[in-house]
Ligand binder design. Structure first.
Ligand code: ADP
Ligand code: ADP
Ligand code: MG
Length: 471
């Protein structure tokens, strides 16, 4: 087994990985930049090292991170999600320097991180792919010609994009002309690559993704699917496992496709194959070669600790499960609680968490790195807490979600929590009938009034008194 792991990340996912290490008797090493000095990952890890004053640079510096890992005697690096997690060069540097990268081989990251290459590999493996480009677009004329062929609407996408950015829907040639330079500029700025491609826009699809685990012995299994159709601007807000909108036949078919996809590229470690569904049509969209934000809900329904499996696989051990060992039970929902003001166009709302009271009780899990008094730095992702609920039945998981959102007290910043309660109350959500257009089609859900809860008032007063008294 691994002895000491460096976690090249921050926030809740760093804490999640540290927890898995602690349970497995593996020493954990955190890295941080100065704005993160008081981060929970720094407090919770067995050791922590500063990588400088710049808020971001340290987390994105392959050389520095790998040197540190070697210097302090780590045998592996877990990249988490975001940052360097899908950076093939980083994985390659780890391989060269004899530190295990907890993820697939660098060439697999390279192949799947490039969305057009991934589409090519999937076509070759017989996995249905969204109709569109073969390779990247050469120029605007190339884009216009292809769009004319496949028909509007089309999606123009950054080849190395991620996090919902660098994607634009174009409903006409005129729109494509306008969006083309915009997507190129966004892609260059955000991902350092001007490559773009185009695919058919699937109208009102459901986003269904399959969790994969694969070991170095060639065993590949899936842990069923997640429904991530509740999105705003192509970013996930609420995730559900399993999808309440699939038949058992669709579920098995998609699970099988994901395994085929992973096998086709010699995949190793945890990964996610994302699909778009419309009616009975399934299209491969992309593969994320890392642990995902929403891995939690799969853990809740299957009982498999995905990060633990990642660490085992990186150590060269076989998976703890065969496909026939995997079953799921009940439903899980994850709410991405973002430090954003839903009533003000989701404007980021960073600052000091003056009071935080965690939700709890049956079927509730919280993954977060915040605590009372924590100052949320403005430099990073606005997601500050993942609230996960589980129950046997669909109606019950919704009720539990509402109750847990009500349990939570998070003062000092604005969050998306109250907006999620509105979504849970919508009849279409309750009837498990929604697609990726749900959020844009229901702007009225943002028109709720925020009532101050009596205990919220009492807590605010108590916090103020405590601060005054210097407790
Ligand atoms: P998930 O599918 O795990 O929800 P997201 O696409 O939401 O993944 O991304 C998870 C995190 O990684 C987010 O913080 C997102 O901003 C970041 N991220 C994902 N892909 C990229 C990328 N190519 N470049 C930079 N950040 C990324
Ligand atoms: P990212 O790498 O940013 O996660 P994805 O390719 O996974 O990008 O797409 C993110 C989201 O954008 C999807 O979940 C879906 O809602 C929307 N989307 C992407 N491609 C299409 C498409 N061809 N048709 C319709 N919606 C799409
Ligand atoms: Mg995606």
């Amino acid at each position: 087994m691994l002895k000491k792991v460096l976690i090249a990340n921050r926030g809740e996912i760093a804490v999640r990985i540290i927890r898995a290490c602690a349970e497995m008797g593996i020493r954990s090493v955190a890295i941080y930049t100065e704005p993160d000095r008081y981060g929970l990952h720094v407090k919770r890890a067995d050791e922590a090292y500063s990588l400088g004053d710049d808020p971001i640079a340290g987390y994105l510096d392959p050389q520095k991170i790998v040197s540190l890992a070697k210097q302090v005697g780590c045998d592996a690096i877990h990249p988490g999600y975001g940052f360097l997690s899908e950076n093939a060069e980083f994985a390659r540097l780890c391989e060269e320097q004899g530190v295990r990268f907890i993820g697939p081989k660098s060439e697999v990251i390279h192949k799947m991180g490039d969305k057009t290459q991934a589409r090519d590999s999937m076509r070759a493996a017989g996995v249905p792919v969204t109709p569109g480009s073969e390779g990247n677009l050469k120029d605007l004329d190339d884009a216009l010609a292809l769009a004319g062929e496949i028909g509007y609407p089309v999606m123009l996408k950054a080849t190395s994009g991620g996090g919902g950015r660098g994607i634009r829907r174009c409903d006409s040639a005129d729109e494509l002309r306008t969006q083309y330079p915009r997507v190129i500029s966004e892609a260059t700025k955000a991902f350092g690559s001007a490559e773009v491609f185009l695919e058919k826009c699937i109208v009102n699809p459901r986003h269904i993704e399959v969790q994969i685990l694969a070991d170095s012995q060639g065993n590949v299994i899936h842990l069923y699917e997640r429904d991530c159709s509740i999105q705003r601007r192509n970013q996930k807000l609420i995730e559900i496992a399993p999808s309440p909108q699939l038949t058992p036949e669709q579920r098995n078919y998609i699970g099988g496709l994901a395994v085929t996809a992973a096998e086709a590229v010699g995949y190793e470690n945890a990964g996610t194959v994302e699909f778009l569904l419309t009616g009975n049509e399934v299209y491969f969209m992309e593969m994320n070669t890392r642990v995902q934000v929403e891995h939690t809900i799969t853990e809740q329904i299957t009982g498999v600790d995905i990060v633990r499996e990642q660490l085992r696989v990186a150590a060269g051990l076989p998976l703890s499960y065969r496909q026939q060992d995997i079953s799921y039970r009940g439903f899980a929902l994850q709410f991405r609680i973002n430090a954003e003001d839903p009533k003000n166009d989701f404007l980021p709302s960073f600052g000091r968490v003056s009071h935080y009271y965690a939700p709890g009780g049956p079927g509730v899990r919280v993954d977060t790195a915040i605590y009372t008094g924590y100052e949320i730095p403005p430099y990073y992702d606005s997601m500050c807490l993942k609230l996960v609920v589980w129950a046997l039945q669909w109606e019950d998981v919704i009720a539990r979600g509402e109750r847990a959102l009500d349990d939570m007290r998070l003062h000092g910043i604005r969050t998306t929590a109250s907006y999620y309660k509105q979504i849970l109350q919508h009849p279409d959500f309750r009837a498990a009938d929604f697609n990726t257009s749900f959020v844009p089609e229901h702007p009225e859900l943002l028109q709720y009034s925020e009532k101050k809860h009596p205990t919220e008032m009492a807590l605010a007063i108590a916090t103020a008194l405590a601060a005054h008294a210097g407790w």
